[in-house]
Design a protein around this ligand. Structure first.
Ligand SMILES: *Cc1c(COP(=O)(O)O)cnc(C)c1O
Length: 386
């Protein structure tokens, strides 16, 4: 062959005798087939096979299988973000005329998706209180999916997942949960009968604030097919280079999560004792759903909130931080603080209050405590000597 032909055709090299602890990054758009018959039947292959790079390469399959094992499921799909993962579950389950139930504590873009994307398609949504019994009363024949998030973003309500799954089962309704806070290391939704277990891998799996990805794990092949159909139509897949970052992150996730969970609880207890506000951490009795947390979870991760009765000096206190950074995400190595306002559709005792969400990273806890001392001294100077 001539040089111009030798350039694009890679020689086939044997992998015999090669073993590595790392997963190769297989990039691909085009997938080729050994013969014409295999090409002709490519669309009828099982969903673990390979037909086009968008639908996954062996690199993607490794992460899918690893998450499936952790979740105790049968199948996992990977999406370009946590938000996309939620959207694909909703689109897989809902058609015009249907309704989805979402908790008032959900990650806020979920409500935006329901209002601005699903609404114009004729798909309804209803908001239920995450910690109260108004879910059952709102269920009718149009409800096809009950979404959960436990603990809820920012306000940290722990939901009674087994009770909600039982309620859904009596009505033949599917259930899904955003399990980003706990990860399957601390809570296994599928073992409680939840149909869709979703995670923003962006957070604890990625672990280094440099990755966006989401996953949904299921125990039912039919549900995976419904999600894969949506992904195919929308052209959603994840690049193997990003998967490689997730595969690196997941190797250390258990150690990071254990450390971050332990330090976060210590800091939550310290802040609670200082009286700067109501500390919402599922492992503390003051958190709504604390008894459910003790019953269902294997431990806590590194994110919690404080409701601030007086936020007049909050900006000055934030600006004085030296170790904590100001930012809203979580799961990375750096500790973060994010000021937010609680805005609820349903009656809520803390509505319109300022809330501070903390993510604890991997810095030395003594440096975090020193930073918090300075923060609290500015925020609540009258309590500085506590
Ligand atoms: C970050 C987050 C998401 C969205 O994940 P992205 O990858 O940022 O889209 C969804 N749910 C929860 C609870 C999150 O913290």
């Amino acid at each position: 062959m001539r040089d111009a032909t030798l350039c694009p055709i890679h020689p086939v090299i044997s992998e015999a005798g090669y073993a590595s602890l790392t997963v190769p990054t297989h990039r691909a758009s085009t997938i080729v087939f050994p013969d014409a018959a295999a090409y002709a039947t490519r669309g009828q292959r099982d969903l673990d096979g390979y037909s086009y790079g968008l639908h996954g390469t062996p690199t993607n399959r490794v992460l899918e299988a690893q998450l499936t094992a952790l979740e105790g499921g049968q199948h996992t799909v990977l999406l370009p973000s946590g938000q996309a993962a939620i959207a694909v579950v909703f689109l897989a389950m809902l058609k015009p005329g249907d309704t989805v139930m979402i908790p008032d504590s959900a990650y806020p873009p979920v409500l935006g998706f329901c209002q601005n994307f699903l609404g114009p398609l004729g798909i309804g949504h209803r908001i239920y209180r995450p910690d109260a019994g108004d879910l059952a009363a709102q269920i009718d024949a149009s409800v096809k999916l009950i979404w959960m998030e436990s603990p809820g973003s920012t306000t940290m309500e722990v939901q009674d997942v087994p009770a909600i799954v039982a309620l859904a089962g009596r009505h033949g309704i599917r259930t899904g949960i955003d399990n980003t806070w706990a990860t399957p290391l601390l809570f296994k939704p599928l073992a409680h009968g939840v149909d869709f277990s979703m995670q923003a891998l962006t957070k604890y799996v990625g672990g280094h604030s440099d990755l966006l990805m989401g996953s949904v794990s299921v125990a039912d092949a039919g549900l995976r097919r419904l999600m894969r159909d949506q992904m195919r139509m929308l052209g959603l897949g994840v690049p193997p280079d990003a998967v490689a970052l997730a595969l690196r992150g997941i190797e250390t996730m258990a150690v990071r999560l254990a450390h971050q969970g332990r330090v976060a609880l210590e800091i939550a207890q310290t802040l609670s004792a200082r009286g700067i506000g109501e500390v919402l951490h599922p492992a503390l009795p003051s958190c709504p759903g604390h008894s459910l947390f003790k019953r269902d979870f294997a431990g806590a991760s590194g994110v919690f909130s404080v409701v601030l009765p007086d936020a007049t000096r909050l900006n000055a206190a934030l600006d004085a931080l030296r170790v904590f950074a100001i930012g809203a995400s979580w799961g990375g190595t750096r500790s973060l603080m994010a000021p937010m306002t609680i805005s609820r559709a349903t009656p809520h005792p803390r509505n319109a209050k300022t809330i501070l969400r903390l993510q604890i990273g991997l810095e030395d806890p003594a440096d975090l405590r020193a930073d918090l001392d300075a923060f609290c001294a500015i925020l609540t100077p009258e309590k500085a000597d506590v």
